[in-house]
Ligand binder design. Structure first.
Ligand SMILES: [Zn+2]
Length: 275
């Protein structure tokens, strides 16, 4: 069974929802260093992955996007400015997607067919997003997390591959939710990120075995900054600072174990989507 390995490609300060794009110039850029780091980890295990890249980074660092692409990885979209979808109008969201498409096309000569929303922010209030994605050439989405979290989650969503469409259109999008495992009828968020750092590695191993035993691939995600324990420490609200800075130094070691224990590839390879 081959699982999907994905990277939400953003710098260490860009996923913090309290710091918006107009403040990003104040922070030290560490994306080049952290991009190299994640590429080295993938290379060590000969794994191809999907990088959901921020349009802002694709505009500013086209050489990084080209390097990712030239190494055989898939380039998907993470929107332009890391804005949560439910805070945008359909017009604003459309412009996030098209601007990112343009930047990626300029860097590698093709546009993304996959999308992951910042902070898994496609929720039931914004199903119109599927229509916007389809209109902009996106064929699959990985923004629904069928679990509960204070910032995201659709606990009742299908845990595995299914189709989605907006309420007023026939345009279909393939939905590929991030990995969850079930324990006592509860969907546990085991797909990566802060949970991967917080829990012992054995939890992730148990979860991916459970998913694979059901004949399903699991979808894992990580951020480049999670491999950077030396990133600047800034003042953040406690809840945010706990999840952002928690056990950063454990990520790399755990990633090597995960990539030793399971097979991984990009979304388009694992789900036969053609790219
Ligand atoms: Zn993100």
């Amino acid at each position: 069974m081959v699982n999907a390995f994905t990277i939400d490609f953003e710098d260490w300060y860009q996923g913090l929802e309290i710091h918006k794009i107009d403040t990003w110039h104040k922070f030290e850029s560490r994306i080049e260093r952290n991009c190299q780091k994640i590429l080295e980890v993938l290379k060590a295990h000969d794994v191809k992955a999907t990088f959901f890249v921020l349009g802002f980074l694709a505009e500013k660092y086209p050489h990084l996007i080209k390097m990712i692409h030239d190494l055989g990885h898939e380039v998907g979209s993470h929107g332009y400015s890391h804005s949560q979808v439910f805070r945008l109008t359909p017009e604003q969201f459309s412009s996030e997607i098209s601007r990112t498409n343009e930047a990626v096309h300029k860097a590698i000569g093709k546009t993304p067919i996959g999308f992951r929303a910042p902070i898994f922010s496609i929720i039931s209030e914004c199903y119109w997003a599927f229509d916007v994605l389809a209109k902009n050439g996106i064929r699959y989405d990985s923004s629904i997390y069928p679990t509960f979290n204070y910032r995201y989650g659709m606990i009742k969503a299908d845990r595995f591959r299914h189709e989605r469409s907006s309420t007023d259109s026939n345009r279909k999008i393939i939905e590929l939710p991030v990995a969850t495992a079930t324990f006592m009828k509860i969907n546990l968020p085991v797909g990566g990120g802060a949970y991967f750092r917080a829990w012992p590695y054995g939890v992730t191993r148990w979860a991916f075995h459970q998913i694979n035993r059901q004949g399903r691939p699991g979808i894992f995600y990580v951020h480049p900054w999670e491999l950077d324990p030396d990133q600047p420490k800034i003042d953040l609200p406690k809840r945010l600072s706990l999840t952002h800075y928690h056990r950063l130094s454990s990520t790399e070691k755990k990633l090597h174990r995960l990539l030793d224990d399971f097979q991984f590839s990009s979304m388009t390879e694992v789900f036969n989507l053609g790219y």
